[in-house]
Design a protein. Sequence first.
Length: 551
Amino acid sequence: MLSRQWQAARQLPGRVPLRIKLITAVLALVAIALAAISIGGILVLRGYLLSQADAGLASTQYQATRVVQGCLENPGACPQPGEDPTSVDWLTSNGQLQHMVLPVQTRFGSTQVAARLIPGPTIPSGTSWLTGQSGQTLTVPAQSGGRRWRIIAFPTAFNNVVSGQLVSGTILVGTDVSSVYGTLNELASIDLVVSGIVLVALAVVGVTIVRTSLRPLTDIEVTAGAIAAGDLSQRVPDRDPRTEVGRLGRSLNAMLAQIEAAFHARASSEAAARRSEERMRQFVADASHELRTPLTAIRGYAEYYRQRGGAANGAGPPPGGEPDAGQPGDGKTSSPRPVPELPAADHGQLSKPDMDRIMQRVEQESARMGVLVEDMLLLARLDQQRALERRPVDLLTLAADAVQDARMIAPDREIALTIGTGAAFIVLGDEPRLRQVIGNLMANALTHTPAGTPISVRISTAGPDGAIPVASAMLEVADRGAGLTTEQAEHAFERFYRADQARARTTGGAGLGLAIVAALVSAHGGTVGLDTEPGQGATFRITLPLAAEAR
């Protein structure tokens, strides 16, 4: 039981709020200081006042001796007890106490008021007490009424001339010090009242000051609670940096900013890792799908050739079985496996025209597969950040060549080239790769728009701004086709992405053209962009930094 109470007492400071601890500590220290000041002042004043009384008592010792001597010589002339508030008590050797009046000088003057009688001091009977207090001043209570006396006892001896005997005894001289102790009591009462008022006022002021001073800590507590709830954007209110709380707030805000940045970086990294994993899966699935189509065609013609006697009889299909049109669960909608355009089935030997057609198709599919592999290899090299050749290239010449090639391929289309004013359109880069960029943009416009849709190519220069840090050459390829939705525009430059998810062979390519454009432009230090709306066509834009001589 006692152990639990002790443990609870030890844990109590940890459960008390800081503001209560501070206020209690301040009040306790002030109370101790006030008590020490009051007690010290009272003791000093008491010592001073009593020293005045003691000085008066010491000065009356000779006079008291003569009074006692006179009483011994003439007992009838001695004053009777109670005639004056200032007394001399004579204790003879036989223990008989005689009371005699003697005026004593005090700090208020000589005590001469005989009409106002007051109770005398309480003096224990017996010689032992007098012997122990001989020569010392002390305070004793009055016989009644609550008053106090200051007395001193000193032994003496006399020759009684009447009887001729030697008489010894102790003389007690006292003075009323009730006024001294009344003054001390009044001072103690005043100190007590003033101390109480000071403590109450200090408690009110202290509570206000402590609450105001701890308000920044309360703000920090609220901010920490909001951050713990998940709101990492919360910050501690700014305070004066010259104060401890201000410096603490700045340090906390800096720490919170780093934590938020690290948290967002981690979240972004995790999201990027998930997206990268998804893209890798998508890439593998798309690459497998794109490569499977030409491989299926080549395999079909090879089987047809074998079935028509072009290979050894009895040879079965190669290991692995028949190729399928797609992997289950890959998340894609694949078109059925394309069937090669073969001659009419018969059981005779292949004719030369049939053989030529088979080889031509095999060559076409092989070439298509080779282009796909080359594009994938190019993207892999760009991912490895391999250095490109850097030479001055006239972007206008490349644009003009691409427009001329497109006009030859699609003579029924209106393909215009618009040239803006400004500096020469010379950039530093790899000319074959830049030709590939413009060629892919033109091929994309030709492939994904209906026949006869106008296409325009615009080339101009752009000055530095927030989006373009240096002077750049800007090339835009715009069409008036069906345009893209917002979701399609977001994925337009991703690898193997096609708006037509069915991937029919009659429309579109492998979905690497725009991805190669974005990778090559980024490798040249440029940017790509797309402005499109459904039904409003699409405008693909690339910007490349101008060469120094062009600026």
